[in-house]
Ligand binder design. Structure first.
Ligand code: PLP
Length: 398
């Protein structure tokens, strides 16, 4: 697990700056905070790193999705296209706005398939959420082209590929909006936290207002007198998160570089096994290398290989059976089990709702024979050797 492996004196120093002022809130208390505005500094530095005009820190990646969808005016009656291979938060965020997530197939990169989009678009479709799963980009240019043709907004869920890029442009900045997550598992972490990014001033303003009870954050007046045009909620990032984020961001390029080295070694070892292929990367250069995806010719061989690797103390993930990352496995989604007894928004929806796996033949086939390995930032030489020889031994069992 990357960022959390590297928590050290840099994070401590940033956090101490905040503790010394005692001001944990990102707004107000101008005298007491003596110029320390960590969330603002994190946002500005992050926006610069990504090459995007606006960045807004929020409490989590899930909150970022909800804020961005709301800014895009997604709401009850709308449909939003999402990939079948995903973390459940994307679906939940769509439901939180009152809209319906429409499960859609993936391509060989295991991300949303641009050629599957048109079949899932209906007159109710409002937006598309490509999710850059497991460190690598979806075919985002094609997804944007199809979306533009149908007048749909694109919100990139880049919770899992922070620092990754596509043709030299940072992921999260290509669509109308993007989001990132800094939860404890992510490439950089603030414990919990997230970011909304966009180049569009109106979308930024709507996000900014919505994430803080509608406050327009007018610097000319005090908080109590600030104006408001829309109702919002509280998704504010706090100063301690911003402080940790600043220190982590400085380590992001190093994290990706180290992961690429380790991934390269493991990939080379796996490449010697007959019949083993690798997840397609639409832009290998832009991969963050947080995961290594590889596949066997069929599901039975993939499971046999997984067991053989486990015998060598090498863990892999078989996402087709995973409880949280593959939509057909979410029995509570399929049962419309929202946390309100009226089953809103499913029960009110005018369009059809169908999470049957007949819509996702490629996901069934590809995920059915794919395994993933998590790539750490730090790996002792001894463990690298163990993995390489373990792979050689596991190969003999096939
Ligand atoms: C693809 C994806 N989207 C959204 C999220 C939600 O992020 P958070 O855990 O910060 O709420 C995650 C978290 O795992 C994720 O993997």
């Amino acid at each position: 697990m990357p960022g959390n492996e590297l928590i050290g004196k840099e994070e401590m120093k940033e956090v101490m700056d905040v503790l010394e002022t005692g001001v944990f809130m990102r707004y107000e208390f101008d005298e007491r905070r003596r110029g320390v505005y960590k969330v603002k500094e994190f946002e500005d530095t992050f926006a610069q790193y990504l090459g995007v005009r606006y960045a807004l820190g929020v409490t989590s990646g899930s909150a970022a999705l909800k804020v961005a969808l709301t800014a895009l005016d997604v709401g009850p009656g709308d449909e939003v296209i999402v990939p079948a291979f995903d973390f459940i938060a994307t679906y939940e965020a769509v439901l939180e706005t009152g809209a319906i997530p429409v499960m859609t197939d993936i391509d060989e990169s295991l991300n949303l398939d641009p050629s599957a989009l048109e079949d899932r678009i209906t007159p109710l479709t409002k937006a598309v959420i490509p999710v850059h799963m497991c460190g690598a980009a979806a075919k985002i240019d094609d997804i944007i082209a199809v979306s533009k043709k149908h007048n749909l907004s694109v919100l990139e869920d880049n919770a899992q590929a922070c620092g990754g890029s596509y043709n030299g442009i940072k992921l999260g900045t290509l669509g109308n909006m993007g989001i990132l997550s800094f939860d404890y598992y992510k490439t950089i972490t603030t414990g919990e936290g997230g970011m909304v990014v966009t180049n569009d001033k109106t979308l930024y303003d709507r996000s900014d207002w919505y994430h803080d009870h509608g406050h327009d954050h007018n610097p000319a007046v005090g908080r109590a007198l600030e104006g408001r045009t829309i109702l919002g909620f509280n998704y504010r990032m706090n100063e301690l998160q911003g402080a940790v984020g600043l220190a982590q961001l400085r380590k992001l390029d190093y994290i990706i570089r180290e992961q690429k080295k380790i991934k390269g070694i493991i990939k080379e070892a796996l490449g010697h096994i007959d019949g083993i292929g690798f997840r397609t990367l639409h832009d290998p250069e832009g991969d963050t290398a947080t995961f290594l995806g590889f596949n066997a010719p069929d599901a039975a061989t993939a499971k046999k290989l997984q067991a053989a690797l486990r015998d060598q103390s090498i863990d892999t993930i078989y996402y087709k059976d995973n409880a949280w990352h593959y939509a057909p496995n979410w029995e509570h989604l399929i049962a419309w089990a929202t946390a309100n007894s009226k089953k809103f928004p499913f029960s009110n929806h005018k369009g059809s709702i169908d999470y049957g796996n007949q819509h996702i033949p490629r996901a069934e086939e590809l995920l059915g024979r794919t395994l993933f390995m998590i790539i750490p930032v730090k790996m002792a030489e001894e463990r690298r050797e163990q993995i390489v020889t373990g792979i050689e031994k596991a190969a003999k069992v096939l």
